[in-house]
Design a protein around this ligand. Structure first.
Ligand SMILES: Nc1ncnc2c1ncn2[C@@H]1O[C@H](COP(=O)(O)OP(=O)(O)O)[C@@H](O)[C@H]1O
Ligand SMILES: [Mg+2]
Length: 220
């Protein structure tokens, strides 16, 4: 239903059902924004509920990592630009192009972290760095030049519906589900999330994951 709300309002805005005044377009845009917000919230609540119930199936399919990263980059660069932030993305040469995993869920993890980094940072840079951590593991790391997270807050920000207490929280709409989902998804993948931050020092979130490479590749 949210999909059709979005679809019809888009068409409405484009004038498909008759001429719309500039003032109406402004209102329709607000409806669209709210529908996106709701879609996101419903998705997060469903993910959270699914994971709490232990019902989450992960795909193990080989995919092209640079393509996934650049999709995330393209999507998030628009948000960064709106806030005049620099978004950087780098994949270390020691990473293979093709890895095995659940591409959609990995993308979701990365989007969540980049989204937070952009949301909480007011000036400077957000960087995505993908590298091979050691023989057995690879990492997706997101760092920012934002407000940082106190040691105390670091102990609970991964809990569902928890947000760090700070004055600016109100304007950063969200329900505190993102990191909880990131942590649970990562755990399901056999990995872990590490946060390195301090107030006024920016934040670095590192998602360490077991590296599964394609073996037994048949000649085609
Ligand atoms: N990059 C970051 N910089 C500063 N604080 C952060 C960052 N990422 C997360 N946080 C803190 O952790 C809380 C929980 O994050 P999350 O679970 O994604 O919830 P939400 O984004 O809905 O607030 C945030 O509300 C914020 O207080
Ligand atoms: Mg979030």
């Amino acid at each position: 239903p949210l999909g059709s709300i979005l679809g019809y309002t888009e068409l409405f805005k484009e004038g498909v059902y008759g001429p719309v005044t500039p003032q109406q377009v402004e209102i329709i845009k607000k409806v669209i924004d709210s529908a996106y917000y709701l879609t996101n919230l419903v998705d997060e609540l469903l993910d959270q509920a699914q994971m709490e119930a232990g019902r989450i199936n992960l795909a193990t399919i080989s995919f092209n990592l640079p393509k996934m990263i650049s999709r995330v980059y393209d999507k998030m660069a628009i948000l960064a630009q709106q806030k005049n932030l620099t978004l950087l993305s780098e994949i270390d040469a020691n990473m293979p192009d093709t890895i095995i995993g659940d591409e959609k869920r990995l993308q979701q993890i990365l989007v969540n972290l980049v989204n937070n980094a952009i949301k909480f940072t007011t000036s400077g840079t957000v960087k995505i760095f993908v590298y091979r951590a050691d023989e057995a593991r690879w990492a997706m790391q997101v760092s920012d030049t934002g407000p940082g997270i106190s040691a105390e807050a670091q102990t609970y920000i991964f809990d569902s519906f928890r947000q760090a207490e700070n004055v600016t929280t109100r304007e950063h709409a969200g329900f505190g589900l993102g990191l909880s989902i990131v942590k649970q998804l990562t755990a399901h993948m056999g990995g872990e999330v590490i946060v390195d931050s301090a107030l006024r020092k920016g934040s670095v979130f590192t998602v360490l994951l077991p590296l599964t490479l394609q073996k037994d590749v048949k000649d085609e």
